[in-house]
Design a protein around this ligand. Structure first.
Ligand SMILES: Cc1cc2nc3c(=O)[nH]c(=O)nc-3n(C[C@H](O)[C@H](O)[C@H](O)COP(=O)(O)OP(=O)(O)OC[C@H]3O[C@@H](n4cnc5c(N)ncnc54)[C@H](O)[C@@H]3O)c2cc1C
Length: 457
């Protein structure tokens, strides 16, 4: 049997792969392991309950991505003002913690405000810390002071990353952790709710259905996607992809959006260092428990952070507050997220009973509430760990792949902490980068790839 051949083969039909294929146009084939497109942006509907793979809310900042989403799905999204809370010391306060201290015990408020002022004074004398040289713990203490670090940033991030916070680099903090001014900290401490901080004060969500409408719309207008096909090896010398069933697909350029650690382990014909690098890239999994409750309005929030270790999850979200039709009449839905090391064993029954107990302790579930739906799923990987090994080895790994005509992109392809908008942008940028070498091969570069900033998200 002779192998099929394409100018571009794309591994993975998540938003990055779909966006790359859509923007390149005709001469590409997308290969996806699952039976449906979307990757992390998939939606699951069962027994009248619709859940995304944990919360997936769309934050758009770039005009070319806004234009693309409008063109694919006109008027399909509603804009929501974030209703996010933090549960700590037995009280709910508005997110972000650091700018809304009012309501916490007075001692905690004093410690947080005093620590922030001391940190400001120290920075005025010594300057901003160098993000490239310090770990997350030091960054949190030097920017926010010891109180805010001790009561929120350190316990929350320890729960999420499951790693020593001195070893976590700060490449992701500037866009994801809001930095209020002293005035905002004081306003929040004296009772004014400080809104609008951070990257997600508002977000978009489909008026009907879940977030999968977005990848599905891209797939509908893009080139061929082959589902339920798992890539088991990449032969960089022969420029061929081997699939689980034994079939082989040849390529001139390969776009890979599968996790980089896996790609480095299945790629043959490259430097012998790469599989070893792949083995040492670290990430955590996220265990997502989706629950349906037989009561309306279990919470008014979109999501709530839980920094304290007495609670098994780090975040709880409420899809039934996003749009109508995501739950049966008279019901609510929520999901809890718990971070797990990749080799950490867990007992599904324990996870569920502990989550329910914790939701009751926090006052979200009541004694009489009945669980009418539940589903446990694992995202693996979910968050890549920004340790020193990653920073030292990532550039060389990408260089070696690029020289062999392999372009690894997206949240796990680039091994980074990025969003759905980042994935769409990464696909656009790759299409632009590859289209030059495909001239005269039927490549139809779509609008959106032509201009605009190219920086990473
Ligand atoms: C817990 C969590 C919450 C998030 N919440 C938000 C949010 O609210 N807003 C937001 O904007 N972003 C959010 N994100 C980020 C967002 O999901 C991602 O940035 C984006 O969906 C990544 O798309 P991708 O295509 O790069 O990767 P993926 O979606 O992972 O796609 C990769 C694809 O490759 C396929 N694949 C893997 N291995 C193989 C193989 N061997 N053969 C063939 N196919 C393979 C996978 O099945 C998958 O479909 C969240 C992420 C997580 C983990």
């Amino acid at each position: 049997m002779s192998a099929e051949s394409y100018p571009v083969v794309v591994l993975g039909a998540g938003l990055t792969g779909l966006s790359a294929a859509y923007h390149l146009g005709a001469p590409s084939l997308v290969i996806e392991r699952e039976g449906e497109v979307g990757g992390l942006a998939r939606t699951h509907t069962e027994e009248g309950f619709t859940f995304d793979c944990t919360g997936h809310l769309l934050h758009l900042r770039e005009a070319r991505v806004v234009a693309l989403v409008d063109a694919l799905l006109p008027r399909a999204f509603a804009r929501h003002e974030r209703r996010a809370l933090v549960f700590s010391k037995g009280v709910f306060t508005p997110y972000p913690f650091q700018a809304n201290l009012h309501g916490l015990p007075l001692e905690v408020v004093k410690e947080c405000v005093a620590g922030f002022v001391e940190a400001e004074i120290r920075r005025a004398a010594e300057g901003e810390p160098d993000l490239g040289t310090i770990g997350f713990r030091e960054w949190a203490e030097r920017i926010f002071g010891e109180g805010i670090a001790r009561h929120f940033l350190l316990p929350y991030n320890a729960k999420l990353w499951r790693a020593d916070l001195d070893d976590i680099e700060c490449g992701w903090v500037s866009w994801s952790i809001p930095r209020p001014t002293l005035r905002e900290i004081l306003d929040g401490a004296f009772g004014a709710t400080v809104r609008g901080l951070g990257y997600n004060p508002t977000f978009l969500y489909p008026r009907r259905g879940g977030i999968s409408v977005l990848p599905e719309a891209l797939a509908l207008r893009g080139p061929e996607v082959r589902l339920s096909e798992t890539v088991v090896a990449v032969d960089a010398t022969a420029r061929a992809v081997h699939l689980a069933g034994g079939r082989v697909v040849r390529y001139e350029k390969l776009v890979s959006t599968i996790p980089l650690d896996r790609l480095l382990q299945i790629a043959r014909g490259l430097s012998s260092d790469l599989p070893r690098i792949g083995e040492r890239l670290r990430a955590v999994r996220v265990l997502n428990l989706s629950l349906g409750i037989d009561r309306e309005g279990v919470s008014g929030a979109h999501w709530i952070y839980f920094p304290e270790k007495e609670y098994s999850f780090y975040r709880v979200g409420f899809p039934s507050n996003l749009s109508e039709g995501l739950v049966p009449r008279g019901c609510s839905s929520l999901y809890v997220e718990r971070s797990l090391l990749r080799d950490e064993p867990f007992d599904p029954e324990e996870v569920t009973s502990r989550a329910v107990e914790d939701l009751r302790r926090a006052g979200i579930l009541r004694r009489g509430d009945r669980l009418v739906y539940r589903r446990l799923s694992i995202l693996d990987p979910a968050y890549v760990i920004y340790d020193r090994f990653r920073a030292q080895n990532l550039p060389a790994a990408h260089r070696a792949l690029n020289e062999a005509g392999i372009f690894s992109a997206g949240r796990f392809g680039s091994w980074e902490y990025s969003s759905m908008e980042g994935a769409i942008k990464a696909g656009m940028e790759l299409a632009r980068r590859l289209s030059g070498s495909l001239e005269g091969r039927g490549a139809v570069l779509r609008a959106g790839t032509m201009s605009g900033p190219t920086g990473r998200f």
